[in-house]
Design a protein around this ligand. Sequence first.
Ligand SMILES: [Zn+2]
Length: 127
Amino acid sequence: MVNIKENNQKETKLEKVEKQKQIKKEQYTRKIWDQIKEKVKIPDLVQLKNNRCECLQFGNTTTPSCQYYEDSETLHCHKCKKTMDVIEVYAVLNNIERSEAIKKLAKQYNIPFGNVDQKQIEIEKKV
Ligand SMILES: [Zn+2]
């Protein structure tokens, strides 16, 4: 009985360490997209008129369906109901994966990429 309890406590400690490691990793990797978002703004990538533009994926035949929100640095498309941050905008414009967009933007804007691997990039939550 005592042994089991001890084992459980050990596991919990180990889990705690793992969790902290994961949090550190996330904090480190999150920095990259935070840095990207600091340097690159949506109007740098798309041409806006009255804070609006055409649907990035499908274009528009009538009125521009994308609305730019400066406060949140997002672009919302009323046509495809998609809300995009600057990374997503870049990914859609270049028809590449989000993880690829992060890599390319980091390179383009001279943001140190560090030891971030694919797996770490993918833990980023989408907008
Ligand atoms: Zn759209």
